[in-house]
Design a binder for this molecule. Structure first.
Ligand code: SF4
Ligand code: SF4
Length: 73
């Protein structure tokens, strides 16, 4: 059986809200948050964890190493 993601962590200190991760995700797992952070950035948020295929494109393309995808044990 294919492994699934257990969690996707976005480091709010490293993320600058460029949204590259949202655009490269082929599964539409992420979307832009409606809430602005204290630096004025709209960070990504996870909206469909079950759809994640663990392709790790979001991790690979993030210029700030701010997103990490963790698989179920
Ligand atoms: S690609 Fe990285 S820095 Fe850009 S929004 Fe996603 S997690 Fe944040
Ligand atoms: S690992 Fe792949 S499917 Fe999962 S959130 Fe990242 S880009 Fe989307």
């Amino acid at each position: 059986m294919a492994r699934k993601a257990s969690t996707i962590i976005i480091d709010a200190k490293l993320c600058k809200g460029c949204h590259i991760c949202i655009h490269v995700c082929p599964q539409n797992v992420l979307k832009v948050s409606e809430h602005v952070d204290n630096r004025g950035f709209f960070l990504p948020e996870v909206v469909d964890l079950d759809a994640c295929k663990l392709c790790r494109l979001c991790e690979l393309e993030c210029p700030d190493f701010a997103i990490s995808v963790h698989a179920e044990e």
